[in-house]
Design a protein around this ligand. Structure first.
Ligand SMILES: Cc1cc2nc3c(=O)[nH]c(=O)nc-3n(C[C@H](O)[C@H](O)[C@H](O)COP(=O)(O)OP(=O)(O)OC[C@H]3O[C@@H](n4cnc5c(N)ncnc54)[C@H](O)[C@@H]3O)c2cc1C
Length: 421
């Protein structure tokens, strides 16, 4: 018996993460058959918070997901920046509150994945996502590509599956990327380690504020709510990330547990009138540790009938809330290419041509000048001391210019969203 099931799929998507599932919904919407093959035997709500900014929420809303996402998330009202003394540096509205046509969602990654998975199963069918299929490699000739799989639960080799097109959305440890780029070096550590967690607590500021506070030399925090009223008493699930410059770091693993005592010392005196940070940290339900790493941008993602998408294509440091967003934009662009260009290889080339330069710039900008450089600017100008009046340190116009520059590069400047497809 042949170990190949025949030319089974038009488009085979490796990985039922955020990018892979959005691609399935996009292709289905365009009438292109596809199926998703996922390594894990069961999809569980792993991870903590992610933000979906208006360039990506536009795609999800156009896919008809605004209502389930609104129910599962907190619709972000504002982005606020503080120094380590809890003094306000800058605040600006977010999503629809900033005049965009679409909202910003702050959401648990597991909730986002569940909303997408439910939609895929409902629209494409219960068998549209095949679990327990870990991709171990891809081969191809000029007619077809073949994907090899192993069962994650038993370790046995599974029948290979043939497809016209293979899209690898298999995340930071992508097996397909490793095969296509065998000489790539290890991830690049940024010098910043992160501890991430969630705490049930009272709403902070507006109850829908994304807070960034302090600078990395002593410790910076990113804090935002991701679920409303989790206990019927108005408490929220608050997502937080502590970021500290240190040579100490572990290998990247989204599920690695972290220890409070390794980082809480940096925030012990952060008792602000708007939040008691050490109390929030001590109340954590879970703590995870993750190094801030990325990889140098690749010069190509597409090899014949095979291409990369999302973190498999462009892993980036999480400094601009853009990891999930750029994966979603990849999915939209790939749908566009596959539905307008008949030849699959030419379609993948067109997709790469459109998305590789843009995401390369986002990877590099997240390294050098992410949105939180607003805090660095004030940290430098004040010598890391409290200020009397922020206007004496930096003008509102300068702060707005920093914020606008990142939006332009990452593709969510309001003008771009009004004109883009
Ligand atoms: C378990 C987990 C937890 C995460 N937690 C967070 C978080 O808390 N905050 C955050 O900002 N980002 C988190 N991320 C990453 C975030 O989802 C991505 O940065 C972003 O959404 C881009 O999505 P993606 O689809 O490219 O990759 P991912 O969302 O990472 O999805 C990749 C998918 O591919 C599957 N996969 C991997 N290898 C194979 C293989 N060989 N064969 C088949 N399938 C494979 C994975 O199981 C996963 O479902 C997490 C990712 C994972 C997998």
């Amino acid at each position: 018996m042949s170990d190949v099931r025949g030319r089974d799929e038009r488009v085979l998507i490796v990985g039922a993460g955020i990018g892979g599932l959005v691609l399935a919904l996009e292709l289905h919407d365009a009438g292109i058959p596809c199926r998703v093959y996922e390594a894990v035997p069961e999809i569980r709500p792993l991870g903590v918070g992610v933000n979906i900014l208006p360039h990506a929420s536009r795609v999800l809303c156009q896919l008809g997901l605004e209502d389930p996402l609104t129910r599962a998330s907190v619709t972000t009202r504002e982005s606020v920046f503080f120094n380590r003394f809890g003094q306000l540096i800058y605040r600006e509205p977010s999503g629809r509150y900033a005049g965009y046509d679409h909202p910003q969602f702050s959401i648990h990654r597991g909730d986002l994945q569940r909303v997408l998975l439910d939609a895929v199963r409902e629209r494409l069918g219960a068998d549209a996502v095949v679990l327990d299929h870990r991709c171990t490699g891809v081969t191809q000739d000029d007619r077809v590509a073949q994907v090899r799989f192993r069962s994650s639960s038993t370790g046995e080799t599974l029948p290979a599956v043939a497809a016209d097109v293979v899209v690898a959305g298999d995340g930071i440890h992508s097996a397909v990327r490793a095969q296509l780029h065998p000489n790539e070096g290890p991830p690049r550590y940024s010098g910043i380690n992160m501890w991430r967690g969630t705490t049930v607590g009272q709403p902070i500021l507006t109850g829908a504020s994304m807070v960034r506070a302090g600078w990395l030399d002593r410790g910076k925090m990113v804090i935002y709510p991701i679920r409303d009223n989790v206990d019927g008493r108005g408490n929220q699930l608050i997502n937080w990330v502590a970021e500290i410059e240190t040579p100490r770091h572990v290998e990247r693993d989204w599920g690695r547990p972290g220890r409070l005592e390794d980082f809480i010392g940096a925030f012990e005196d952060w008792h602000f009138d708007w939040l008691d940070v050490p109390a929030m940290l001590r109340g954590a339900e879970q703590v995870l540790e993750y190094p801030m790493v990325d990889q140098d941008p690749l010069d190509r993602w597409t090899f014949g009938r095979v291409t990369l998408l999302g973190d498999a294509a462009h892993p980036m440091v999480p400094r601009g809330s853009n990891g999930a967003g750029q994966a979603i934009l990849d999915a939209r662009a790939l749908r566009h290419s596959l539905s307008t260009i008949d030849d699959p290889q030419a379609a993948l080339q067109a997709y790469e041509k459109r998305r590789l330069p843009v995401t390369t710039q986002v990877v590099r900008t997240n390294r050098s000048t992410p949105p939180d450089v607003i805090i660095r600017e004030v940290w430098e100008r004040t010598g890391d001391q409290p200020f009397e009046r922020i206007e004496d340190v930096i003008s509102r116009a300068e702060l707005e210019a920093i914020s606008r520059r990142y939006k332009e590069i990452a593709g969510f400047a309001p003008e771009a969203l009004r004109t883009g497809d």
